[in-house]
Write a new protein. Sequence first.
Length: 370
Amino acid sequence: MRIGYDASSIRRYRSGVGHYAASLLDALRSLFPEREFLLLSHLAQTGFAGVNLLPTQRRSFPIKEIWMQLLLPRILERFRPDICHFTNSVAPLNIRVPYVVTVHDLSLIMHPEWHPWSRRIWMRNILRPSIMRASGILCDSAATMRDLSAWVGVDATRSWVVPLAAREAFFTARSQRDKDEIRQKYKLQRPFLLYVGNVEPRKNLSGLLEAFGGLNPQEVDLVLAGRRAWRSRPVLRRARELVAAGRVHMLDYVPEDDLPALYQSALAFVYPSFMEGFGLPVLEAMASGLPVIVSDVEPLKSLVSDAGWLVRPGGMQDWQAALSEATRDGEKRMILAARGKDRATLYSWEQSAMETMRCYERVLSRLPRA
């Protein structure tokens, strides 16, 4: 089987989608060495190489969207894969190859106000036909599957839930020296609560900052580690006073190698998001042995269950109470951290890769034989 694999989100500074695409590809190529994977990317270098990984792009192309719609169909005609997997919701609209598409979340459709106008115009015109023309659809969670079914009424026989997983590095305990070096690198002198993820409206960081700013304890800081994505100015304005007071640290993008020690240095992980497709940073925190405080929304509720604090995203007093308890109650932190680590072991990239390959096989088995 020759599989065209969308690696366009695998880049130096990866978002959650980039980690998904890279981790899944790594597991697929290891578990199925007899299968060929065409690396489909507008970037000449993806950081992946192997006997069953075939690059298709000699030179980088500057605009991914143009590359996907105009150049990629020609590449597929030349390399002739049996099936393609597009890993970030959209696909070329003019290809003959059967394909599977992964839909992570539908925030663009359900809450367009959270996204920049350019993204709304481009993606909304491509998203629906990409999904409707797919031979198979993968969703990160049952919550995303429900949203998708409500929006376009997808056929249950061609759609599957394939959850994500934490990478092995997060399960490995870091030494005290590693954690001390991370704290020194990022100038974190006091105990801290940690958020990891993009700075964008969907993540509800303005609400988190308001709740944290209203707490009395001065001995605990809040660390926001993530790329400043779209519409981040309101968050930065709200954070300015707390940053000046030394209570909030804005770290911007943190390199992948630093994340495990950063997680393991925190008191607790906070994730106040209004909407999620899966919540990969939450699972990474749980794998790291860190208690979590998350929004009481699906799929985060099912992911965390009784292994963390569940808080209504708009409940300011509830968030303050949870943050306060998390900083004061060391015994509860230990109990929830242990539960979370156990829950994190229920997910693995090997299992995700096996389920994904079964989806490829199901799609191909339904095609008329040549």
